[in-house]
Ligand binder design. Structure first.
Ligand SMILES: *[C@@H]1O[C@H](CO)[C@@H](O)[C@H](O)[C@H]1NC(C)=O
Ligand SMILES: *[C@@H]1O[C@H](CO)[C@@H](O)[C@H](O)[C@H]1NC(C)=O
Ligand SMILES: *[C@@H]1O[C@H](CO)[C@@H](O)[C@H](O)[C@H]1NC(C)=O
Ligand SMILES: *[C@@H]1O[C@H](CO)[C@@H](O)[C@H](O)[C@H]1NC(C)=O
Ligand SMILES: *[C@@H]1O[C@H](CO)[C@@H](O)[C@H](O)[C@H]1NC(C)=O
Length: 186
């Protein structure tokens, strides 16, 4: 039986060395197929909103409504005003490059979504105009990469925790239109 070599056998050890050195750095970034699978799962978990019917298996997620990519990875999701009525699924943080998340103008219920602590690159988070309730968590500084946070126009209550002041990179914060104690600005 003949053996087929793409390269001469002598070169093979050299080539394996090449792949050993150069492949792993590519593998560490998530493939777009993986990201499409994650987003299709997310779509289902969000209750298949009509506004994102364009999310389907036959196109690249980078071309979908509300999705932006940078260097072939999904970095931004904007599902603003898309009639979302369920809690944010933890699946969202499976997108390892997610940088921007805009969920404003929906009907998302429940407490502050601590599951977002697992989105390790998140810099921009807009949760304004939803149905969030209860106090902002004491450990919100775990969103340590945040530059921008908008939680305005929800029903967050209680005291504004000092942890908000410990968000190390934060540059812009919107808290207005909630039910916080002793809020002097409403
Ligand atoms: C997938 O979405 C594209 C638009 O992004 C649309 O043109 C196409 O018909 C859709 N395909 C299916 C199978 O729904
Ligand atoms: C995606 O990019 C476009 C064009 O730069 C921009 O207008 C839009 O706000 C971006 N969307 C998100 C979700 O970042
Ligand atoms: C982050 O993900 C891990 C592993 O899936 C999970 O055990 C943990 O509860 C998550 N953390 C938050 C704050 O949701
Ligand atoms: C938010 O607060 C308003 C006024 O206090 C109340 O009418 C409304 O039912 C609350 N919504 C939720 C989702 O808790
Ligand atoms: C908020 O106001 C109440 C009464 O007006 C006061 O007892 C309490 O100490 C205040 N809390 C803070 C954190 O300032």
């Amino acid at each position: 039986m003949a053996k087929l070599f793409l390269f001469s056998p002598k070169l093979q050890p050299l080539l394996s060395l090449f792949f050993l050195i150069f492949i792993p750095s590519n593998v560490s970034s998530q493939s777009i197929e993986t990201e499409r699978t994650i987003l299709l799962k997310l779509k289902q978990q969000l209750g298949n909103p009509l506004a994102i019917q364009s999310w389907n298996a036959s196109s690249s997620p980078c071309s979908w409504t509300g999705i932006n990519c940078t260097q072939g990875s999904v970095t931004a999701i904007s599902l603003r005003n898309m009639d979302i009525r369920v809690k944010i699924p933890p699946t969202i943080c499976d997108l390892k490059s997610l940088n921007v998340l805009d969920l404003a103008y929906n009907y998302i219920p429940g407490e502050f979504p601590k599951l977002l602590y697992n989105c390790s690159k998140l810099q921009y988070l807009d949760l304004s105009m939803n149905y969030f309730v209860d106090p902002i968590p004491d450990d919100i500084e775990r969103l340590s990469t945040l530059l921008y946070l908008d939680v305005s126009a929800n029903n967050f209550s209680g005291d504004i925790p000092p942890s908000v002041g410990r968000l190390p990179e934060l540059r812009e914060l919107h808290l207005d239109g909630n039910e916080f104690h002793n809020a002097t600005y409403t």
